[in-house]
Write a protein that binds this ligand. Sequence first.
Ligand code: HEM
Length: 471
Amino acid sequence: MTAETVKPAPETNGAPQDFVPPYPHRFETLPPVWKLIGLAKKNFLAIWTESDFQSRLRSKKVINRELFVVNRPDVVREAFQTRHKELQRKSPQMRHSLEPLLGDGLFVSDSDTWTKRRKVVAPIIHGSRVPGFAPIMIETIEEKRADWAGLPDGSEVNVLAEMGHLTAEIICRTIFGRTLGKDYASEVVQGFADYQKHIDQVEIISLFGLPDWLPRYRRRSVRSSIKRILTVLDEIIDSYAQQKESGEDSVIGGLLEARDEDGKPLSRAAIRNEAAVIFMAGHETTANTLAWAWYLLSQSDRVRAKLQKELDTVLQGRTPAFSDVPNLPYTKAVIEETLRLYPPVPILAREAMVDTSISGKPVPRGSLVLVVPWLMHRSPKLWHAPDAFRPERFINPKAKKPNKYGYVPFSIGPRICAGLQFGMTESILSLAMLAQSFDLTLKDGTDVQPVARLTLRPGDELPMNVHARHP
Ligand code: HEM
């Protein structure tokens, strides 16, 4: 075993069998391309063979595009860190889906535009700013807690939608400030939901080689949802002057006041694009993480009891503050393990901008290079009992820490998620505050299956019953 292929030690000390959550069937051998395309359209997770999980670096020519799957820490490091310059461009599928709305925003841009924007935008949502955003998070989670407290015991809720609502409110109030965020949240959320519904069909054809210059068929409904979102964003930016007087902190404020290296402010379009990026990147990812965490907890009495014990002991029934987050290591481990098993962005795809190589293998310009957290996070070469739900693997001081290039729910290298600390803090606080007060059980007869289109979700809904806790 090399240093790159460390399996964190098992650490359940004789605890009963860990819960193994669902995953799609794994093929023994690769099905024909036509079948793969059909499967990928419905669910990206369903196309992998057993040996893909174990592989280090695989390549395959699909129609007229060379495809590389990079699946071990040393090669991930080479592709995303060392060869960042050559491999920084997002896949055509991602760009075609998101460019109509995000324009040249951080998530989809590359080269000079990306370098300049990253320098301006990343500090606005950086970890050092998170303590300032935490009170908004806590206030919004408290509202959700009050909503649930008002429900009769055992009421059914769609946890996926509930977490979507919570994280959308948090991100809206952080981007636009408390007042404007509250006023505009439902409009922004609706606009994005509409847009996503239209683009959710993966542009699978691009993935398999449709040339970039070919015009994409764009329905009128997509164009009108874009127009609606941009109009709202413009209104919010115009109202900012009023909000500024109230001395409130917000991402929009940061973007308006930001200056690039030449001392120039961002253009109106750039501000709009970056606000849209932060909403889009920060909303559904965190919502999916929380929904999966609730599902996993509902299926593991052992983990749920341990989490509740930590919350009751550390918080003693009070609402946590930002300063409590470091004292909730098991809660954090539950989130980390959730992100390992169900990474919200299960495929990180890049297009080679020039001829390059990975591990000595030539990678021609235009090839697609994929890092697939779904595969690497479940590789038996890297993890002990890879399909089991075992938060202890992130917390046991005796276990080797997962390799930072082998555990990549937030990506890695220069394009690593700019909201990593924000997303982790938001997830830990949301889970802590809601699990303090409620137990969630899965609705009887619900079959939960992971489905990945743009993000990885537990299907279209997650019906669960909410029970008040009386610790
Ligand atoms: C659990 C929550 C989150 C997860 C799992 C997550 C994951 C990711 C991943 C995997 C990427 C890179 C995608 C790629 O390489 O194709 C990314 C990028 C990004 N994320 Fe997050 N994210 C989360 C929360 C957030 C939040 C809360 C924000 C904002 C406050 C945010 C802002 C961004 C931005 C701006 C980028 C683009 C970075 C760039 O290209 O330079 N994310 N995120």
